[in-house]
Design a protein around this ligand. Structure first.
Ligand code: NAD
Length: 460
């Protein structure tokens, strides 16, 4: 597992151990032993499953495709996590993402453990029948470890509802007569998926930002009396103004964040910039998000890249180069594209005082430290982008009960859950001068450690 993950787990545990109310029955030497056990348990996966899938291509050629399923920890419930199809996916990446899933589920009180899968292919180089075979083989090779009560995969980069539908079909054939709707989540609605799953992550990301501002506004007098806290000063400077917003990535997550912001009261905020893999579009009076969403829908997800296409679609905007979005002088920057977008080479050019992580790991740990030292408020991935994981949990429940909820009900459940987590996290944020990421990790690790201890898994 990556050093970054081990470091953040050890650092959070060390901070927890300093508090006597954490595992209060453990003293002195026992406490030291418990610390070592916890670091070791939480920073190593329970199981790493690997296989080389044997696939016969359409042209008759037989290839071996490396594939993984890493099951990090299941102390809180069955393993859960996406399957990534990407040409550079590797064991370490999958392991880190599995750990993040364990922590995310713990933070949001979702009764799942953490896992992740990977298949080393560029899915665009395979035709549909080859992709179908790859999905089927993945389930066959890992059939012993997957299932509604064991490990429940979901889509990730390079996979979607289509692949989950195929995989669930394969699971059903291997396990005739067994309950199967809970074996995969992120399925199509027609095949037992949940309404609201597509929008869940973007909605949740936007909610974590809006809720932070609302809590701050409501408790402002109390909060401003607390000791000097760089993050509080940042919020104080921005809470009363119309916030300008820039969103990196205009896919599933980014376009929903843009719509959520757009439908809010415009006196509170204005989406002035969006970007995708080709371009940044900027308009200081606010972009027409509805038209941009429609344009992207009609053009395989892409934003307009020429004056002509903007004019034809009646959209006012200035075209800038793709990465220009990151360094714009805006109040809030949402990162909803890829990992490692803010790093040591560009962190000093970032002007946004509030950053929200829609993607996983969009800020490197070195850049994160710089931002933190500058008092930049970063709402971390583990808190902000859990909407998909939370609605996956509701999809799993619906599948097992074979009772399906309305979209309205799914959004209500989602936002109730996120509100619960945000309330507890923001409370601590205003009381201690720690970055939000550290608070979230500490809360997740506290939940995991206490459960591990209560179940007798720490031999101290
Ligand atoms: P997506 O494929 O639908 O969209 C990705 C968007 O990012 C596209 O608009 C693409 O053009 C853009 N993009 C790619 N490279 C870019 C670059 N260098 N600069 C600017 N834009 C770029 O993916 P998504 O489902 O929206 O997910 C976005 C991120 O959020 C991914 O990192 C994903 O792992 C993470 N995430 C997604 C979910 C979910 O439920 N979809 C949940 C948690 C985390």
């Amino acid at each position: 597992m990556g050093n970054k993950t081990v470091a953040i787990i050890s650092e959070s545990l060390r901070a927890l151990m300093e508090n006597e109310t954490f595992l209060p029955l453990l003293q002195d030497e026992q406490r030291d032993k418990a610390f070592s056990s916890l670091v070791s348990i939480l920073s190593t996966p329970n199981h790493v499953h690997k296989s080389n899938l044997r696939i016969k291509l359409g042209n008759g050629e037989v290839v071996r495709i490396p594939s993984f399923r890493v099951q990090h920890n299941n102390i809180l419930g069955p393993y859960k996590g996406g399957i990534r199809f990407h040409e550079t996916v590797n064991e370490e990446e999958v392991s880190n993402l599995a750990t993040l899933m364990t922590l995310k589920a713990a933070l949001h009180d979702v009764p799942f453990g953490g896992a992740k899968g990977g298949v080393v292919i560029d899915p665009r180089s395979f035709d549909i029948s080859e992709l179908y075979i790859i999905c089927k083989k993945y389930v066959q090779y890992f059939s012993q470890i997957i299932g509604p009560e064991k490990d429940i995969p979901a889509p990730d980069v390079g996979t979607s509802a289509r692949e989950m539908d195929w995989m669930m079909g394969a699971y059903k054939s291997i396990n005739p007569g067994k309950e199967y709707l809970g074996s995969f989540t992120g399925k199509s609605i027609e095949n037992g998926g949940s309404l609201g799953r597509r929008e869940a992550t973007g909605k949740g990301v936007y909610f974590t930002y809006r809720f932070l501002m609302d809590v701050f506004k409501k408790q402002r007098d109390r909060i401003m009396e607390l000791e000097h806290h760089p993050f509080i000063q940042t919020l104080e400077r921005h809470v009363d103004k119309q916030a300008t917003i820039a969103i990196q990535g205009f896919g599933n997550v980014g376009s929903v964040i843009a719509l959520e912001a757009h439908y809010q009261n415009n006196e509170d905020q204005l989406v002035v910039a969006v970007s995708d893999k080709n371009v940044t579009l900027f308009h200081n009076e606010g972009l027409d998000i509805e038209r941009l969403v429609q344009y992207a829908r009609d053009h395989e997800g892409d934003l307009p890249t020429t004056e002509k296409s903007l004019n034809d679609a009646h959209i006012e905007a200035t075209i800038l180069e793709r990465d220009a979005l990151l360094t714009l002088d805006v109040d809030v920057l949402f990162l909803a594209a890829l990992e490692n977008q803010i790093h040591l080479d560009n962190v000093h050019d970032i002007h946004a005082p509030i950053i929200v992580e829609g993607a996983n790991n969009p800020i490197t740990s070195e850049a994160d430290e710089v931002l933190s030292d500058q008092g930049v408020v970063v709402i971390p991935d583990i808190l902000a982008n859990a909407g998909g994981a939370i609605v996956s949990y509701y999809e799993w429940i619906q599948g097992r009960e074979t009772q399906f909820y309305s979209e309205e009900e799914v959004f209500r459940l989602l936002l109730d859950k996120m509100k619960q987590t945000c309330n507890s996290v923001y409370e601590s944020y205003f009381d201690f001068a720690f970055p939000l990421r550290k608070i979230c990790y500490m809360r997740a690790i506290m939940k995991l450690s206490t459960t591990l201890y209560r179940q007798g898994k720490l031999y101290s």
